[in-house]
Structure formats: C-alpha cells, structure tokens
Design a protein around this ligand. Structure first.
Ligand code: SAM
Ligand code: SF4
Length: 329
C-alpha cells in the first residue's frame, strides 16, 4: 500500500467525472460565471480505466466516482464497468445528488457499482429548493428509493449543514436512522475556490458540535460506535437501538488530516493532492502520450509523496483555483 511522507497509507482514489452539475447548491456552485474544463480536456472512459489500473498496481483498493454530478456523464455505466473489473480494486462507490438514479441505479449495480452516497440536505421541500436550488425533494427521494431497490447499499446520506437554511432540519434527518439501516452524515461547510460560494460557506458555517447538540436535545445522548476503518472521516454514533448510523464529518472543528487516505483525480486529469489546497500533478499529458500503466503508477506515487500534512483552514487558507464542483468532496 502506498505510504506518504507522513506514513499515511493512501489507498483511496476519488475520481471526479465532470465539473458540471444539474443542481446549484448555494455553497458549491454559483449561478453564473462558472469555470468549466474545456470538453476536450476531460478524461475519457478508457483514460479513467488506465488510471484505475495504475492505481490498483501501486496498491490503491478503493475508488469513488464523484463530480460535479457523475450521473451527467453519458458513458457513466461504461466507466463503472471498466473501473469495477480492474483486478485488485475492491470497492467502487459513487457520490451523487440522486436525481438521475431512478433510471440508472439498476444499470450501475449490474455494471459493478457497490454503493452510493446521496446528497440530501433537508427533508423539507421548500428549504431544499432554497439550498440545493434546481433540485426537488421528491426527485432526490425517488433516487434514494431506487438506490435501495437496486441494492446500492449500505446507503449513506450526506447533509451539508448551512446556517439559515437547514441547521434545524438535522433532527428530522437523524430520525431517518430510527427505522432505516442508513448512514446519515452531517458535513461541516468548507470554503473552496475563493469566490461567492467560499464566502457563503464561511458565513454559513455550523459546527458539528452544535449539530450534535441539536440531535441529542431531541433523542438523548448518542452512543459512539467503533470506527470500521482508521481512515473513516466520519465519527459515528447511534440513537439508542436505532437501525441506522449518524455520522459527523468535521473537517473544520475536528480535522482528520492525520488519517487521510485519499488522492483525488480531477475531471481534467490532474491529481489533486489535498482537498483544501491547490497543489496538483498532471497525469493527462502522460495519458495522451500513451504512457503505460507502470509510468502512470509512478506519477501517482509522486503525487502521494507530495501530499501535504494537512490543511490550513484555521489560518484562512484554502483553494483559490478549484471549487468543490471540480473536486467532488
Ligand atoms: N454532486 C454530487 C453530490 O452532491 O453528492 C457529488 C459532488 S459534491 C461536490 C460531493 C459532496 O460535497 C456532496 O455530498 C456535498 O455534500 C459536498 N459539498 C459540496 N460543497 C461543499 C462545501 N462547500 N463544504 C462541504 N461539503 C460540500
Ligand atoms: Fe452539484 Fe453536488 Fe455541488 Fe450540489 S454539491 S451543486 S449537487 S456538485
């Protein structure tokens, strides 16, 4: 397994398939002046497969497809097929807003996708439309049901807690776990990209300390669960004998950089070394010069070797070039 300079085991590759999206969540994408990668620069399915093979060769074991919105890729099923059959890749998952899952979920399952994380910030249709803009609650819920019916499980729900929009709705979201075997995870807002969304994310940040307090006020003390993996970024709890799990992902109030196991690949073919830092290493040029899997693996190991220790959000430092819809969370 690849080790970085700080002895972290890096075996998890998050691949952004596109920087486009069919929603415009207030903290992620502005309504105008969005910088997209030129289409010719976006990695093709065969190029993504070659990176996945190189990753498996140097010891990566887990891939997550993300975006932008990964389901917008017309060749998504082909990409899943190609990546899922790479020898040594144990887990292929996807993060999505769920809207296109009613059609895609069975096809993706058949292609080898194991599970999905669906982004749902509130169960309240009006507040959802304010926060996720262009998205409807019924559409996302239908996507969640389709994922469960297709067996893309265990289902995880990602909720970004945003002051003035949904900070009270965490209680209803947490209540989903009472009867359902789902993981509902609350994510702290991070400022990325230096623009309007970054400013929005700073002013609308809610600490998971407050989110947890709100949930405990309603359900009583949460019981902590042992982490399944040391690198799990989510601290997990259960309400009493509930069927599901509540998770807190707290990159701001409780950074987990010391156990980071991730590398990211942008849609335009660059290894992005840390979510909250602009440092990148190009792999597209090598791909387009027909580099073999060994050479691609060497580039990936260089990227692993260059990963920074951690982020510097507390000093007000984050990305300026890349926004969340380029990086995929
Ligand atoms: N479109 C898909 C989705 O929404 O799940 C995949 C890409 S989205 C960028 C990945 C995750 O990033 C989402 O689960 C969303 O909750 C999270 N996210 C987006 N902007 C964020 C921000 N500023 N801070 C924290 N999380 C954010
Ligand atoms: Fe789209 Fe996901 Fe960003 Fe929302 S968080 S705008 S669904 S990429």
């Amino acid at each position: 397994m690849p080790l970085d300079r700080f002895q972290r085991e890096i075996d998890y590759l998050r691949i952004s398939l596109t920087d486009h999206c069919n929603l415009r969540c207030v903290y992620c994408m502005p309504l105008t002046e969005i910088g997209y990668a030129p289409p010719a620069g976006v990695l093709r399915a065969d190029e993504i497969e070659r990176v996945a093979k190189a990753a498996a060769r140097v010891g990566f074991r887990k891939i997550r497809l993300t975006g932008g919105e990964p389901t917008l890729r017309p060749d998504l099923v082909e990409i899943v097929e190609r990546v899922a059959r790479v020898p040594g890749m144990r887990d292929v998952a996807m993060t999505t807003n769920g809207i296109l899952l009613p059609r895609l979920a069975p096809l993706l399952k058949q292609a080898g996708l194991r599970r999905v994380n669906v982004h749902l910030d509130t169960l309240n249709p009006e507040r959802l439309s304010r926060l996720m803009r262009w998205g409807g609650f019924e559409q996302i819920w239908a996507g969640i049901e389709a994922a469960c019916a297709a067996g893309l499980t265990p289902l995880k729900i990602n909720s970004v807690v945003t002051r003035g929009f949904n900070e009270e709705d965490v209680v209803d979201l947490a209540a989903l776990t009472l009867e359902r075997n789902w993981h509902v995870r609350f994510i702290e807002l991070m400022p990325l990209g230096g623009g309007e969304c970054a400013r929005e994310s700073v002013s609308r940040y809610v600490s998971n300390v407050d989110t947890r307090r709100r949930i405990e006020e309603r359900f009583g003390p949460l019981a902590p669960l042992e982490p399944l993996h040391q690198s799990d970024e989510s601290k997990n709890y259960r309400i009493g004998d509930a069927a599901g799990v509540i998770g807190f992902i707290s990159p701001v109030s409780e950074p987990y950089c010391g156990s980071c196991n991730r590398m990211r690949l942008t849609a335009d073919g660059r290894f992005h070394l840390c979510l909250l830092n602009d440092d990148e290493l190009d792999v597209r040029t090598a791909l387009r010069e027909s580099a073999d899997v060994e050479a691609l693996g060497a580039i990936l190991l260089r990227a692993v070797g260059a990963k920074p220790t951690g982020h510097a959000l507390s000093q007000g430092i984050s990305t300026r070039e890349r926004s969340m819809h380029h990086l995929g969370g």
